[in-house]
Design a protein. Structure first.
Length: 239
């Protein structure tokens, strides 16, 4: 962000709310926030949790504060705790996770919500295509995976594990009902916490709707990411 048919028209569909949080680099925050702000779907609520940053991230994010975008600082507790904080604060019926290094096409949410009438229930996942880029999102490379279709929850999990298919965080638009059913992000994990979380979302869902003409953009820099283990004893023990 129980199962009931999604029969609402676009005018009757509850508000889609966006959840954004800071994980990686301050220079990427403006692009990510603009990506959320320029979503064509209304109404929207954007919540940014600054997870104890020691640089200028908080000051940069505060430049974007408005009536529907709020900044919430907290002591550093890790990405999973920041995401749980975001969810505890948001009020929307649908949840869009958007990490600080990811972007979404302006019509991503609108196109996904246009599919509501075709879903078997509100506990279905709406997902988009995603492409990897370094600096210019226009150059993102979209390489289809075995998950770019409408599989059942069991098939999705099978291909995720068999093919080691990456479930990029920003592709999903998930109802509050499904988010509640999946449970919170696991704060004990220091690597691949998003993979573990979305596997639980899959298991709790009634299936997946792949919306082929939607786009999410995944920034893949050369610097280590949260899931990078390296020689960290703490991360090795957390696996």
């Amino acid at each position: 962000m129980h199962a009931y048919l999604a029969k609402a028209s676009k005018e009757e569909t509850p508000g889609c709310r966006f959840s954004c949080l800071r994980i990686v680099r301050r220079e990427w925050i403006p692009d990510t926030l603009r990506s959320a702000i320029t979503q064509t779907w209304e109404p929207k609520e954007i919540t940014v949790v600054d997870d104890g940053s020691a640089d200028k991230t908080l000051a940069i994010a505060k430049q974007f504060e408005s009536g529907n975008l709020r900044i919430v600082p907290q002591e550093n507790q890790g990405a999973a705790a920041a995401r749980n904080k975001v969810y505890s604060l948001c009020q929307g019926d649908f949840i869009q996770w958007l990490d600080a290094d990811d972007l979404s096409a302006p019509d991503k949410i609108s196109r996904q919500l246009d599919e509501l009438d075709r879903l078997p229930s509100r506990r279905s996942r709406l997902v988009s295509a995603w492409g990897k880029f370094l600096r210019r999102y226009e150059r993102a490379q979209f390489v289809p995976t075995s998950l770019w279709r409408d599989p059942s929850s069991r098939d999705s999990l099978f291909h995720k594990l068999l093919d080691n298919a990456f479930m990029q965080t920003a592709i999903s638009l998930v109802s509050r009902e499904l988010t509640d059913a999946a449970g919170p992000w696991d704060t004990r994990l220091l690597g691949d916490d998003d993979g573990e979380y979305f596997c639980r979302v899959l298991l709790a869902s009634d299936g997946t709707r792949f919306v082929a003409d939607t786009r999410a953009y995944y920034r893949a820099p050369f610097t280590p990411r949260l899931s990078y283990i390296g020689l960290s004893t703490t991360k090795i023990e957390a696996r």
